[in-house]
Every structure is written in structure tokens, then in C-alpha cells.
Design a protein around this ligand. Structure first.
Ligand SMILES: [Zn+2]
Length: 370
């Protein structure tokens, strides 16, 4: 195992921070796996999973069982982790720019495409290697002007030549779910099965250039520009490891084992993978997710739990105004899996209090939360 430190641009002198990456397995082998956690800083279930995974990978490496390079970044956002305002972590948005840390990763597809265009041949594997090495070179030439840009560039550079990119997050109160591009489903399904994911959301483009999407879009743009010239480049997935308070050795150990089983199945770890468990729920379109909105303020009393299958019209919460005694119910109009609830219990008018995974796509445009 090799540890590397990546210096971030400091906002002011004397405050330098680093991203720490941990590199396992044969560095020169193809099929790199990249796993990071906690890009939204205080989303910590994934950080504990990677702590478990570091120990397991060290043992597997010592036993000579790693077949592909595996890179772990357990603390993907040291900037956000320090943003605690009056005892409340503020790790989702950068304090200076107010931008979501998981948006606006750079799009260098045109630059890379222009650079490789004259050199592409009929050898699709060689083309893939050429594009990956060019991508690394183009990423290295990017010059950040803010700590936030610097953070994004370090992470994107570490992951950009990987075949498998996993970005570990969590939601407020949630069952485990993941986001992927529909064309990656065949390769992501074993991961969803080994992890026991309850929902898998598919979207061609959710908008916002999130971490997983910056890789998915890069490869889809190059494949569209050079049809038939590229081998299958791999995939990137955002994994939501339940809720923000679901930090325990039991869950982290279980998720770590799921990742080990998947990596064994995928050939990154030598050995026989256990039989594939059943898929718990079929993938659904991200455009089928129904945000449940409270049109009034009041105390939220939930009437359904995460993991419940809801019927169309079912009451999900009561919103209670203790001044007027008015009680309003919030219902889901379309039905599906209640996969996330807010942590807050005082609704403000217009607030999204929960999300339901419906099976039919009905939304258009920007599909992510802010
Ligand atoms: Zn997140």
C-alpha cells in the first residue's frame, strides 16, 4: 500500500490542507477501482466503511490477492468537514461560493477529444488507453483558483482513469440506494445485489455535473463523437449508505463485506465470490422520484417509515400547526418506495420532507436536490 498526499490550494497562508489517498494492489495493472467517501463532509457512514476496507485490503494485499489497483479516499472533503457553524456541520455547500461540493466538476471531453482525434485507430482497447492517458494529462494542466476548485480537481484527477468509480454518500434518514447511468446497469447490478441496495435510480443526465456524472458524461460524449472507436470504459456510481446517523461497525462491516464481494466478483480481488444475492428492488428512473412537499409550516409527524412501500394517495406525514390546531396531511400521489425522509421535524412552507421512488418517469430537466 502506498499513501499519497495531495496539497489543496489554501485560502490564506498557513492553512494548507491535504487529500490523503491510499493505493493498494498492482499499480500498473488495468481496471483501476476508485472509492471515495464523504464528499459532503459530515456524511460519515462511508468514511467508516472505508476505514474497515483499508484493513481488509491491507490483509488481502499481504496475501497477494489484489489483481487490480484500488484507490481509497476516505476523507474526500476536509474543507467541508471544518465548516461547523454554532455546533451544526455545514458540509454540503462551500461557505465561500455557496456551491454544492458535489457539483460542477470540470468537463474536458472536447479538449481530450481534440487531442486524441488524429491518433485513434481501430484498436478500441488502445484507444481507451490513449484517452485515459490524455485525460490524465489534461487534468494535470488545469489550474485551480479557489480551494473548492482545487479539491474538485484533486478528486477528479485521482478517479479519472479508473474503470470503477464509487462515490459514497448518505442521505438524511434513508434506506440504501444508488444512482447510475442506465447503460451501466449490467455492471452495477452485482454491486447492488452484494450491497443489498433497496433502490437504484437511473438517469442519463441528472444535471449539475456531480462527481459520478462527470465521468459518465465524459465517456458518453467521447463515444458519441467517435462511434465504434472505444471499448467499454467502465462506470461511476453514487452510493447512498442509508441515513446520516447510520454510523455503526455492524452496518459498516456489512457494507465493507459487500464491496469486497463485489470486487472479488469483478476480478479485482482474487478468489471465488459468494453467490449473487437476490436483487431487492428493480431499478427505477430518477425522473420517477416524487418529492413530497409540505405547503405549510408546522410540526412534522411522519406516518410512514423509510423502506415502506406506499400506495398512491397514502398519507406520509401530518403537519401540525399548534397555534391554529390545523392539521394538514401530506400524501404521495404516485406510490412507490419511501426511501428518504428529512431529519428536520419543523416543516417550513414549501419544504421537501421525503422522497418516494416511483416506477414511471414523469419529471424533466434538473433532477437532483440543490
Ligand atoms: Zn452527499
Amino acid at each position: 500500500m502506498q499513501t499519497r498526499q495531495h496539497e489543496l490550494l489554501a485560502a490564506v497562508p498557513g492553512t494548507t490542507r491535504f487529500i490523503h489517498s491510499f493505493h493498494y494492489g498492482p499499480a500498473d495493472a488495468e481496471g483501476k477501482v476508485y472509492i471515495q467517501s464523504s464528499l459532503h463532509a459530515d456524511e460519515l457512514p462511508g468514511m467508516l466503511v472505508l476505514w474497515h476496507l483499508k484493513r481488509r485490503l491491507a490483509e488481502l494485499e499481504a496475501a497477494g490477492r489484489l489483481r487490480r489497483p484500488i484507490v481509497l479516499v476516505p476523507v474526500a472533503n476536509p474543507l467541508g468537514l471544518e465548516q461547523v457553524l454554532m455546533d451544526v456541520p455545514q458540509g454540503r455547500f462551500d461557505n465561500d461560493s455557496r456551491e454544492n461540493f458535489n457539483r460542477f466538476f470540470v468537463d474536458v471531453s472536447r479538449q481530450v477529444g481534440d487531442s486524441v482525434e488524429a491518433q485513434l485507430t481501430d484498436d478500441v482497447d488502445n484507444n481507451l488507453r490513449l484517452i485515459r492517458s490524455t485525460l490524465l494529462r489534461v487534468m494535470a494542466s488545469q489550474v485551480p483558483t479557489t480551494p473548492l476548485q482545487s479539491l474538485r480537481l484533486v478528486l477528479q484527477t485521482l478517479a479519472c482513469d479508473a474503470e470503477v468509480v464509487l462515490d459514497l454518500h448518505c442521505d438524511f434518514e434513508a434506506v440504501q440506494h444508488l444512482y447510475l447511468s442506465p447503460e451501466a446497469w449490467n455492471r452495477v447490478e452485482p454491486l447492488a445485489r452484494y450491497l443489498g441496495a433497496r433502490a437504484c435510480f437511473m438517469a442519463e443526465e441528472a444535471g449539475g455535473r456531480s462527481f459520478d456524472e462527470c465521468f459518465t458524461l465524459f465517456w458518453s460524449q467521447l463515444r458519441a463523437r467517435f462511434p465504434g472507436r472505444l471499448a467499454q470504459p467502465g462506470f461511476a456510481v453514487t452510493l447512498e449508505l442509508r441515513g446520516v446517523a447510520d454510523v455503526s461497525h455492524e452496518l459498516a462491516g456489512q457494507d465493507c463485506q459487500g464491496l469486497i464481494d463485489y470486487l472479488t466478483h469483478a476480478g479485482a480481488i482474487q478468489g471465488a465470490a459468494p453467490p449473487l444475492p437476490a436483487l431487492l428492488d428493480q431499478p427505477t428512473p430518477l425522473a420517477g422520484v416524487e418529492p413530497l412537499i409540505s405547503p405549510v409550516g408546522g410540526v412534522i409527524v411522519f406516518c410512514a417509515r423509510v423502506g415502506d412501500q406506499l400506495e398512491a394517495g397514502q398519507v406520509v406525514a401530518e403537519i401540525i400547526d399548534p397555534v391554529t390546531d390545523h392539521v394538514m396531511t401530506v400524501t404521495c400521489t404516485r406510490g412507490g418506495l419511501l426511501y428518504v425522509r428529512s431529519l428536520r421535524r419543523m416543516a417550513t412552507a414549501g419544504m421537501t420532507i421525503a422522497h418516494v421512488a416511483g416506477v414511471e418517469a414523469y419529471r424533466q430537466g434538473y433532477l437532483l436536490s440543490p
